[in-house]
Design a binder for this molecule. Structure first.
Ligand SMILES: Nc1ncnc2c1ncn2[C@@H]1O[C@H](COP(=O)(O)OP(=O)(O)OC[C@H]2O[C@@H]([n+]3cccc(C(=O)O)c3)[C@H](O)[C@@H]2O)[C@@H](O)[C@H]1O
Ligand SMILES: Nc1ncnc2c1ncn2[C@@H]1O[C@H](COP(=O)(O)OP(=O)(O)OP(=O)(O)O)[C@@H](O)[C@H]1O
Ligand SMILES: NC(=O)CC[C@H](N)C(=O)O
Length: 677
């Protein structure tokens, strides 16, 4: 049965929980009862895997009580009870318990599911330093592979060679390591991930000391990034013995370096972090980064036992448990956004400085329209001149009014050039454009109001012609202005205009980030006073190519879609290769409710809009047609320019190689699976 469109399992997600709960020391029956309540609650929330703390069935901080047979017998009885109780849960519960095996005692993770114990994983590396004395009671599990543990009438796979694979959720494979295992130079999760585990569960009992939570987070986050996996970490909290240490019950879910969910620290009651893990994202990252597979292939061969289980996820609509950022290129967190602006801008400036130095030219030549893109490029040029110790007049800036140039844009261009102190020029392209239109026999030259693409491109082309010849004359480079979003949509004029330049500083910069970058630049640097308020005005203006005359400026977004949505579509297509139905599903979560989720700082209130599914679907179709079937020939011939965002670049020599004569059929077919309302 195919799940409902509004169901995360249909779109490659699996719901995972990391849980902590109060324990009673040396009281397995009571702990089993509490665990049962929590596992049932997770099941009710459609969780596929719920991870509980290390030794939570007995309590962790028991020291030598761990070796008491009465306690260990009680643990085994409690496990039987839990196995029985698990018939009522749909989730796999990963719980910690001390278990006897082969005349030794092991610190174990037990995986319970629908009345069965799927397997038992012993802790590989025991901490036995500072406040830890585990080696006094436990045997290390690192060498235990391919064994079976007997518990009453149950024979259970036991070892560090176990992987748990969902048969009915593609890409869901679970590997387990326990607390200290993460703190060693090569954690078992590294091998587990390379053997196919997409999710790593870590039941932990990590006492808290000042600053330690940060260290844990650093380890978890980096392991999830390095092993390209999701990492569910569940630490022991209330109830653990405070004889000599204290506990904070930290639980968190990370996915490939990103924190998805965490619970408050120092909980007094049961607490959990729940999130939908993107298994498509993990698969895509692993298959793209060939070094992941190469590293896996270079390891000494190991035999893994793969234990199957069935999640039986719900088929009906259920809400997604995950924040989907509205602007994948523009973080809502103000600190992160400021940092991204600083980095993006500095990369642009330093790349331009390198190109200017290497080429030996002494001038930058640029067309200034008063629009966003040329504003940013002009600021980059001005700063490059400053850093090179050149006068600002080394920037030869030209505003070139045409048939549709608005008075506001022209005024913006003039004020910007003079405020920055660059060498400012005005060059009317209309006589030359008329001449060209007449020469090619265009009806506009005879006075007819024909404003077709030829009419538009004659203007864009002449501007570029002027700039290139001026560059020859001035010993300069033409600095390009076209941005990443326009390149994605083919919204630029081939061979000229914002498609062509000697060096394009904006080629890697998405439009949604440019808007914030200009706001940020309005407040940074020594030009804040001279042009800061002007920069705010430029960002607030309607985006328009101003190539067609009319009562209102030509609206770019009315034609090719809101950049907010098109940048969203671009990011998920480019970075992860997601199918259109998934992108539409994600966009719906990001954009269907203007009141849900954070907006980036300073984002204007009147632009805080929502998009419903029909709008999302419509603009996604425009994107797919333009990106896959139309615009690649423009990208195949694009000039040099730096990649800027981790979301990707579109250079045919770098981040995006594609044929110029492809169709969009496969993507449009997939889009058909998206409901029309
Ligand atoms: N697959 C292919 N391989 C090689 N060449 C191909 C091709 N498909 C079409 N062509 C050729 O390319 C031409 C189409 O490309 P092109 O000449 O670029 O023209 P086109 O893409 O039709 O028009 C450019 C559009 O971009 C807009 N624009 C331009 C500049 C800036 C902005 C802005 O707002 O920032 C917007 C402008 O308003 C106009 O609508 C076709 O007429 C054909 O000659
Ligand atoms: N009136 C103009 N004077 C000088 N250059 C222009 C003019 N109009 C366009 N250009 C040049 O052509 C480029 C492409 O024009 P376009 O309208 O796409 O860009 P923009 O106005 O800078 O920014 P946006 O695309 O955000 O409106 C400009 O960045 C600029 O370099
Ligand atoms: N239980 C453990 O393995 C704890 C050891 C680990 N280094 C920690 O303090 O988090």
């Amino acid at each position: 049965m195919t799940a409902d469109f509004h169901n995360p399992y249909r779109h490659g997600f699996a719901r995972i929980a990391a849980c902590t709960l109060p324990v009673r020391l040396a009281d397995p029956a009571a702990n089993a009862a509490a665990l049962s309540v929590e596992a049932a609650a997770c099941s009710a929330e459609h969780v596929a895997i719920a991870v509980f703390p290390e030794l939570c069935l007995s309590g962790y901080a028991l020291d030598d009580l761990r070796q008491q047979d009465a306690l260990l017998d009680a643990v085994e009885r409690a496990l039987h009870t839990l196995a029985e109780a698990s018939r009522a849960w749909s989730c796999v519960a990963v719980i910690g318990a001390p278990l006897r095996h082969a005349d030794r005692l092991f610190n174990c993770a037990v995986l319970l599911h629908r009345g069965r114990i799927l397997g038992i994983v012993p802790k590989s590396y025991l901490p036995n330093y500072r406040e830890f004395y585990e080696a006094r009671q436990f045997a290390p599990g690192v060498t235990r592979r391919n064994e079976t543990l007997t518990l009453g009438d149950m024979s259970i796979p036991f070892g560090t060679d176990l992987l748990f694979t969902a048969e009915d959720v593609p890409g869901l494979t679970l590997g387990v390591e326990i607390c200290e295992d993460l703190w060693v130079p090569t954690p078992p999760s590294t091998a587990l991930a390379m053997a196919g585990a997409s999710i790593i569960a870590n039941p932990s009992a990590s006492n808290i000391t000042i600053g330690k939570a940060e260290d844990r987070t650093l380890l978890i986050r980096s392991q999830s990034l390095r092993a390209l996996c999701a990492y569910a970490y569940a630490a022991a909290g209330p109830g653990e013995s405070t004889t000599d240490v204290a506990w904070d019950g930290q639980v968190s879910l990370h996915e490939v370096g990103t924190l998805l969910a965490e619970s408050p620290r120092f909980p007094r009651a049961a607490a959990r972090a729940v999130a939908d893990i993107d298994l498509d994202l993990i698969r895509q990252e692993r298959s793209r980064m060939g070094s992941f597979a190469a590293c896996a292939d270079a390891q000494p061969p190991l035999v893994w036992r793969r234990i199957p289980f069935r999640v039986a996820p719900p088929a009906a609509a259920i809400p997604l448990r995950r924040t989907v950022p509205r602007f994948p290129f523009v973080p809502a967190d103000p600190g992160r956004l400021a940092q991204d602006c600083y980095e993006g801008w500095t990369i642009q400036v330093s790349a331009l400085i390198q190109r200017l130095s290497a080429s030996g030219v002494r001038r930058m030549v640029i067309g200034v329209s008063g629009g966003l893109d040329s504003t940013l490029a002009l600021l980059v040029c001005a700063r490059a001149a400053d850093e090179l110790g050149w006068p600002r007049t080394a920037v030869a800036a030209y505003t070139m009014p045409g048939f549709a140039t608005g008075a506001t844009s022209l005024a913006f261009a003039r004020r910007l050039m003079s405020g920055l102190g660059v060498s400012a020029h005005e060059l009317d392209i209309r006589p030359t454009a008329r001449q060209m239109l007449e020469t090619i026999g265009h009806p506009f030259a005879k006075g007819e109001a024909v404003h077709d693409v030829t009419f538009e491109n004659v203007q864009a082309g002449l501007r570029t012609d002027f700039l290139f010849r001026l560059a020859n004359q001035l010993n300069g480079l033409v600095i390009g202005t076209g941005d990443l979003s326009e390149l994605a949509l083919g919204w630029c004029t081939y061979g000229v205009g914002d498609q062509m330049a000697h060096y394009n500083v904006n080629a890697g910069m998405p439009k949604t980030l440019i808007q914030h970058l200009i706001r940020w630049l309005a407040r940074e640097g020594d030009w804040a006073e001279a042009v800061g308020p002007l920069l705010d005005e430029i960002v607030s203006a309607e985006i328009s190519p101003e190539l067609v005359p009319g009562d209102h400026p030509q609206s770019t977004e009315a034609k090719i879609g809101p950049y907010a949505l098109q940048d969203f579509n671009l990011f998920h297509t480019l970075r992860y290769g997601f199918r259109p139905a998934k992108i539409a599903y994600l966009a719906l979560h990001a954009w269907s409710d203007a009141a849900r989720g954070a907006w980036p700082a300073n984002f204007p209130e009147d632009r805080r809009v929502a998009y419903d599914l029909p709008a999302i679907r419509h603009w996604l179709e425009v994107f797919l047609r333009r990106f896959f079937a139309f615009s690649q020939f423009k990208r195949s011939a694009m000039p040099n320019g730096p990649k800027l965002t981790p979301g990707g670049g579109l250079s045919p020599r770098g981040d995006w190689r594609a044929p110029s004569d492809s169709t969009a059929v496969a993507w449009l077919e997939d889009l058909e699976t998206v409901p029309k309302s």
